[in-house]
Design a protein around this ligand. Structure first.
Ligand code: NAI
Length: 311
């Protein structure tokens, strides 16, 4: 370990808070739910209990995790709502409000895979993945958004993936859906700011049934879901960040940023494309690269350069 093994920080606690974790019947979601409960939150353990490709329905998955939380002295309720069913999601949220009266934390984690090369991928495979990862997170977030606004407090995590951030063979559907969650976060973090709502993304790497045949057993042994969960806890804590993509796996945490290079002004001219090609090194140059806080910053940069008018 290269950092200090000591910490002077106060323990991060969620006493009095209510958290919903989707897809919490196993894998990462289970680990998240157990930790949130251990730190004082009342937790809704949501899981439809589907197989790795999204088929089937074993509702007992959520109930088993609820039993684990209760056995450890925590508070939890199970929900078998599918995140792809907006009415079921609304019902889940209404029940939580009736029983516990508030929702502080939403961890959008549910999902499954339909990996195939793009040539072999059917449109149904594509749609199913966008439905569960992107629209599932949209439905759950939409259902808690007004509640969090009224509370003037909320913490939302979208589970993205390195497949979306950087690409992975055979995951065009999954990568597109996971990167869409980054876009969703970028805007919701801006819109939520004045209501005390933080929105972040977590890009995990963990040994779960989703990855069990994708990596070597000795690597999987290092990638425990429990070593990702501290990243989620940091993101949903009261003093945590917003608009962050946190990568987490095997105990290492890093940030992924979407940046804008300083660029090259070429202007309107017939040979603009050729000049751009000739100036590729300046296009790639990362000196002075920024992380824009809103999309408008790109336009402002472009207008400023056009006004200055020099290459
Ligand atoms: P997992 O398969 O163990 O957990 C996903 C859970 O979501 C399952 O329990 C499943 O029943 C549930 N689920 C699926 N569809 C649902 C629906 N419509 N409604 C409610 N629940 C549903 O997989 P894992 O690895 O724990 O994945 C958790 C999240 O992390 C997923 O979003 C995944 O894409 C993401 N992720 C995982 C990585 C890894 O290395 N394991 C890497 C990058 C992202």
């Amino acid at each position: 370990m290269t950092t200090s093994s000591q910490t002077n920080s106060a323990p991060i606690r969620f006493d009095g808070q209510v958290a919903i974790v989707t897809g919490a019947g196993g894998g990462l979601g289970r680990s998240h739910a157990l930790q949130l409960a251990a730190r004082g939150a009342r937790v809704v353990v949501n899981d439809l209990g589907v197989a790795r490709d999204g088929t089937g329905n074993a509702q007992s998955a959520a109930e088993r995790v609820v039993a684990e939380i209760r056995a450890a002295g925590g508070h939890a309720m199970a929900s078998a709502a599918s995140v792809t069913d907006p009415a079921a999601v609304e019902d889940m949220v209404s029940l939580v409000m009736r029983e516990w009266g508030r929702i502080d934390i939403l961890v959008n984690n549910a999902g499954f895979l339909r990996d195939k090369s793009f040539s072999k991928m059917t449109l149904d495979d594509f749609r199913a993945i966008v439905d569960v990862h992107l629209m599932g997170a949209v439905y759950c977030t939409k259902a808690v958004w007004e509640i969090m606004k009224q509370q003037n407090y909320g913490r939302i995590v979208m589970t993205t993936s390195s497949s979306g951030l950087f690409g992975n063979f055979g995951q065009a559907n999954y990568g597109a859906a996971k990167m869409a969650l980054v876009g969703l976060m970028q805007t919701l973090a801006i819109e939520g700011e004045k209501y005390g709502i933080h929105v972040n993304c977590l890009a995990p790497t963990a040994a779960t049934r989703m990855t069990e045949d994708l990596m070597r057993p000795e690597d999987l042994a290092l990638l425990k879901p429990e070593s990702v969960t501290p990243g989620m806890i940091y993101l949903v804590s009261r003093d945590g960040p917003s608009k962050t993509v946190l990568c987490a796996g095997a105990g290492t945490f890093s940030r992924s940023n979407i940046t804008l290079t300083d660029g090259v002004f070429i202007g309107e001219r017939p040979d603009a494309a050729e000049l751009l090609m000739a100036n590729e090194d300046r296009l790639r140059d990362r000196t002075g690269e920024t992380i824009p806080t809103t999309g408008f910053q790109q336009s402002i940069m472009e207008i400023t350069k056009a006004r200055a008018g020099k290459m």
